[in-house]
Design a protein. Sequence first.
Length: 314
Amino acid sequence: MLVLDAGDLLFKKYFNPIPENELKMLTQKAHLIIESFNLMGYDAMGVGDDDLTLGKEFLLEISKKANFRILSSNLFDEETGKPLFQPYLLKEVNGLRIGIFSLLSPDVFTGQGDPRKKGWGFRPPVEIAQNMVKELQPKTDLIILLSHLSYPKDMELAQAVPGIHVILSSHTGIHLTYPPPIKNTIIVQTAPKGMYAGRLDLTFNNQEPVFYNTATKRSLEINLNNLNNRLNSPQASEAEKAQWRKAKEDTERSLGQFHGKNEFTNMILPLNEQVKDHPDILKMVEEYKSKYLETGKSPSPSTPPTKGGEILFK
């Protein structure tokens, strides 16, 4: 199993710079999130625009406390032109060699004057994606992109850059329950604010890293069963049965195309009160709440909520 996050982890959606009187509270919250992800055993995180809310030095400093890799393939130091984070990660899972890289689009910021962009330089995402695929293909069996480009841009990238097998999409917060592959690329995304976790299961039946959605196969199997029931109906006319036999042949032909091919199953799991809390994380969250949040007081828009998974302790 790989546990991954595509960014916007440390702070809420950015609208204005953080007020001075809230700085310590939100700094501690960011540290709490990193410590929680350490305990949850995350493998990698991509940098999102909201992770830059407190600037370059803060993100570089807090990244040293992460036991998982913080990745960015196209984010550079504006002065030196050097990369500030590891561009990709190689992992081996059950003998499968996996390459993971991350992209952040400058287009997701609020404009040229957005203070979160200060000190950062951005390389073109499509160009860097092409370079990453070229770099990773000889070393891997599967390539995963942690994308902070937005879902529309992810669809464009999947069509423009072959060789990326899975895109963990983010920023737009679209709930993709049944993601269709786009040119052999699976794009998955869940709603924001830690309300859900997405689980993508890949089953390899051959060496070719091309997958079909098992939900599509199940739908065809249900249709085939319905057609068989109709054909066995004594009330059906011969003209109707002729149409259904043709539909049955087409459905069986479609199902036959899945034989021996690799498959994927995508599940989106709600992180609600029925999910058991990790005791160490729960203890840290309670300590944070008792220190920074007044008991019985509803949080203001600038205060992190205590429910709904905003702190990602589920």
